[in-house]
Design a protein around this ligand. Sequence first.
Ligand SMILES: Cc1cc2nc3c(=O)[nH]c(=O)nc-3n(C[C@H](O)[C@H](O)[C@H](O)COP(=O)(O)O)c2cc1C
Length: 380
Amino acid sequence: MFGPDIKKCLNVEDFRDAARRRAHKMVFDYIDGGSDDEKTLAQNTAAFDNYELLYKVLTGYDSPDTSTTLLGEKIDVPFILSPSAGNRLFHTDGERGPALAAHEVGTVYSLATLGSRTIEEIGALTEGPKWFQLYVWKDRGLVKEMLDRAKAAGFTAMFLTVDMPITGSRERDPKNGFTIPPKIGPKQIWEGMKAPWWVLDYLFRPAITYANLSTTTSAVSLNKFIEDQMDASFDWKDAEWLLGEWNGPSILKGVVRTDDAVRAEQTGFNAISISNHGGRQLDTSPAPISCIEPIREAVSDKTELIVDGGIRRGTDVLKALALGANAVSFARPYLYGLAAGGEAGAIRAVELIRDAIIRDMILLGVHSVKDIDRSFIRKK
Ligand SMILES: Cc1cc2nc3c(=O)[nH]c(=O)nc-3n(C[C@H](O)[C@H](O)[C@H](O)COP(=O)(O)O)c2cc1C
C-alpha cells in the first residue's frame, strides 16, 4: 500500500531501485550483495553479454508456447523461483509473495529451509507445484523431520543445496552491523529514518523467525544454532543416504564443474542446478551461463539442467535455453519485487520476466521453448 509505485517498474533494475528506496539499507544490501570483492556477483549478470542471439525472420509465430516440463511436471514458463532465506525480513508478506507469484505464472516455488514462513503454511497456500530446499544439519533427525514435513505438505521434490558448507564472507553485512534479527543501534536508526515503511512493517508485525526450525525461538538464538549445525563434512555418501530418505524427485543445487555434474547423475539426482548461490559463496567462481555447455555435454539427456545466477531479462533466459538448459531460476528479481511492494511487487516482478520471455520468443522467431537450440546463439 505504501512505498514506491511498483506500477512504474518496467524491468528488474527498476525493482532493484524501488527496493533500495523502500527497504532499510542493511536489508537491501543483504539481498543485493555478494561475497568478498563481489566479482562473481558482477560476472553472473555481465557474462550474458558474451553471447548474442541470432533471430530468425518470417517465422510467422505470434503466440509462442512458453511451457515446458521439469521433473515430469508441466510448467507454464521456462523458469522456476530459486529458494531464498528469511523473506519476512524484506517485507512482512515474506515467502507468501514469491509463492503466490510462482502460482500466478504457473511454475514451481521452492521454499528454503531457512524460510520465515512454515512449510505447512506455504504448502497450503496454493495448488501450484512446490519444491523444498534443504540444508543439511549435523542433527540428521532434524533433517529427516523436515523432509517428512515437506512431503506431508505436498512438496514434490528435494532441492539439495551443496555450495554452502559454511557461509561465504558477505562483507556488506558486518559493515552495516546487520544481524538476524536486526540489532537496532544508532546506525540502524539513522538508516531507518530513510526507510519509514520498512521500519513500521518491522516494528508492528510479528517477530521474524526461521519458521521451519522453530516458530517460538527468536531468530537470534537460532542464528547460533545454524552456525553450530551447518555440516561441512557432508559428502557424496551422505547425499546418497539423503536420496534414500527422500525417495522422490531431487535436484542438486550449486554445481559448476563437469565432474561434479557427472557424479550427481551417477548418485541418482534427476536434475542439476548450475549455480554459485548468486555470487554469495566462493568469490571468483564462474558465471553459471558459462558452465552450461560443458555440463550439458558431460551428462545424459535425462538429467535436467536448471541455470541460476544473474538472470534479469527475457533474453538471459533464452540464452541459457539455447546453450542447453532445460529451465532457469532466479531469486533477486522476485526479492527486489517483494522488498519494494510485498506480494504485489513479487508477482509483478515475476510477471515482467514472463512477459519479456513471450516478447523475446516472438522476436527470436521461435514457436516453442523446445525449438530454442544452439543455432540461436553465438559467442562474441
Ligand atoms: C537474499 C538471498 C537469500 C538466499 N537464500 C538461499 C537459501 O536459503 N538457500 C539456497 O539454496 N539459496 C539461497 N540463495 C541463492 C538463490 O537460491 C540463488 O541461487 C541465487 O540468488 C541466484 O542468483 P540471482 O539472485 O542472481 O537470481 C539466496 C539468495 C539471496 C539473494
